[in-house]
Design a protein around this ligand. Structure first.
Ligand code: CTP
Ligand code: MG
Length: 222
């Protein structure tokens, strides 16, 4: 089995703020994105890790045998599409946010196994808060049934033909999704959810980095 991994890392981190995009912020001594790349490389089935980054950074990064940097796009989806162009003959393709440094190898193995069997898979976690659909004037329209909702995480994994198909269709139909699992479901594919881990948080605001540091510390002591 061969797996290609696409790690979209071309965002500016507007919610995080500051001049250094969040995926390059230091966490326990190395940039977030380095944690991510290294953890994927542990798996021998991962033939290639493709990292879409801002065009301006391409001159200062170096490709290696298994890690390839490419220019990202205007949106996360466009960055993933740019990455997909660098995938050659992988059987499965995983997509993982550069801003999630704390995914576990166990989660990766679970989505890979589920995607092999069913075509597409992602980790999800239950939602703790009550969720309301809102009106544009910041009043509550209705309360959604929390038991029917789940928060999507990455890594998400797909049979290569499925990922190609859904991204082509999204392009053609002008649909901009915030993850590939949502696109796959929208286009009629079965997308299997496996239990995610609340510690696999997406670094979004500076406070998240403090939380991530403390999780890492717990792990290193365990
Ligand atoms: N991403 C990307 N290309 C873009 C936008 C986002 O590759 N044009 C990547 C980000 O670098 C990140 C992942 O997609 O690893 C998830 O996106 P998000 O957490 O929203 O990051 P940003 O878009 O950078 O942050 P913000 O939305 O706060 O600006
Ligand atoms: Mg964003």
């Amino acid at each position: 089995m061969t797996i290609a991994v696409i790690i979209p890392a071309a965002g500016t981190g507007s919610r995080f703020g500051g001049s250094l995009p969040k995926q390059f912020q230091p966490l326990a001594g190395k940039p977030l994105i380095q944690h991510v790349i290294e953890r994927f490389l542990i798996d021998e089935n991962v033939a290639r890790v493709i990292v879409p980054v801002a065009q301006i950074l391409l001159a200062s990064v170096k490709n290696s045998e298994r890690v390839v940097f490419v220019a990202g796009g205007e949106t996360r989806q466009q960055s993933v599409i740019r990455g997909l162009a660098e995938v050659d003959d992988a059987e499965l393709i995983a997509v993982h946010d550069a801003a999630r440094p704390l995914f576990s190898e166990a989660t990766f193995h679970s989505v890979v196994a589920a995607a092999r069997e069913l075509g597409a898979a992602l980790p999800v976690i239950p939602i703790a808060d009550t969720v309301h659909r809102m009106n544009s004037d910041a009043t509550v329209a209705e309360t959604l049934d929390r038991s029917m909702l789940a928060a999507a995480q990455t890594p998400q994994c797909f049979r290569a033909d499925i990922l190609r198909d859904i991204l082509e269709r999204a392009q053609r139909e002008g649909i901009e999704g915030t993850d590939e699992a949502g696109l796959a479901a929208r286009f009629g594919y079965t997308v299997k959810a496996i239990p995610g881990d609340p510690r696999n948080l997406k670094i979004t605001v500076p406070e998240d980095l403090v939380i991530a540091e403390s999780y890492l510390e717990q792990w290193s002591r365990a």
